[in-house]
Design a protein around this ligand. Sequence first.
Ligand SMILES: Nc1ncnc2c1ncn2[C@@H]1O[C@H](COP(=O)(O)OP(=O)(O)OP(=O)(O)O)[C@@H](O)[C@H]1O
Ligand SMILES: [Mg+2]
Length: 160
Amino acid sequence: MSHVVKLPTVDDTHEFGRRLAKLLRAGDLLLLTGPLGAGKTALTRGVGAGLGVLGDVTSPTFVIARVHRPDPARGGTVALVHADAYRLGDAADPRAEIDDLDLDASVDESVTVVEWGEGLVEQLVDAHLRVRVDRRDDDTRVVELEPVGGDWAQRLAALG
Ligand SMILES: Nc1ncnc2c1ncn2[C@@H]1O[C@H](COP(=O)(O)OP(=O)(O)OP(=O)(O)O)[C@@H](O)[C@H]1O
Ligand SMILES: [Mg+2]
């Protein structure tokens, strides 16, 4: 069962990311899909804020992935690994590929968010949360969360 949320403004998207972050823990994988400019990075920025990580979460277009370390002063305990699938290969398991990057952060100890773009999510990966961001004609956004395996369904229930 998927969870659908309307996000009228970028601030709403940011705030939703913060709420979502409260459900997250080390080892989690979020696959963000949706067209260019939908708001995947904006949502990731909110997740980063909710996790209490360091550094601006920006589009990782010119790097494959970026690690944001937790900021203990803001309650941060796990790192955020933010990757852009346009730069990842057509790997069956993005986690394995991200680990191969030698980022100095393992996906088991981090929350990993992959901006996956369109049409690349067919591969089977481990338990993950699929997050689809779409832009409506009135410029609002709609986010659809789809639990895939693990205990994601139960965790989403906590979003209310
Ligand atoms: N409700 C909203 N939620 C998110 N972004 C919004 C919203 N309303 C307007 N915006 C704007 O839309 C843009 C979203 O850009 P963002 O970089 O987050 O998209 P993206 O999905 O990551 O794109 P890309 O595929 O290029 O990585 C930003 O300029 C943001 O300010
Ligand atoms: Mg982006």
